[in-house]
Design a protein around this ligand. Sequence first.
Ligand SMILES: [Zn+2]
Length: 233
Amino acid sequence: MTTGPTPTAPHGTVSAYKRHLRNGDRPCDACRAAWAAYHRSLRARASLVVLFVVVLLLSACGGQREAIRETPASPDPPSACPKGSTVVVIGDSITVATSTQLTAALNSAGYTPAINAHSGRTLLRAIEPVAGYNEFHNLRRCWVVALGTNDTYHLPASEWQSDIDTLTAYIPKGEPSWWVRVAIPHGDEFNALVPYPLIDWEPIASELPDGTHPNEAGAKIWVSLVVDALTAS
Ligand SMILES: [Zn+2]
């Protein structure tokens, strides 16, 4: 049992990256590089999950190859969301937990926040609000989808892809869009199906007291990561 101060993680580590965010300062180059490397390893892991599912399908289907979905290429990050855009954030209880901080952060980054979050929301229950925002044709808009946790918990994996396709059909092609990674166990199986670049917040597990919802410190990091993704070019 160690007493005394927690050892300080050196720069160039994921821990130090998170410390930067917690302190509200911009991560240094070394820490950003460590974070990017961590992302790459997560993406590689997600691809392995897809490969595993494809192998399972192949063995289950006895050679009915036409039914096999190809591994989606990892999408390139869109260019940054232009300042002055309306940022539509569609979420569940995780977004409810962060919405106060998110509103303030989006405003101060030069965006108009349009946050629509509801506890327990699944993908298909988000169609109505997404379709609603979609009716405003003249808006310069970016999208952040922060859903999938409830689907991963409650719905069979066989439904995830068609529900993702159904929802994203309502988001206009060509409008910069991101998806917040599902961080719960088995989330990577879901994340591998997502057609948008992922915003990663899985490494803040220590700030998720119940394993799913961020506490105040976690919400601060979640919000930083979302705004970071929108503003990075
Ligand atoms: Zn650093």
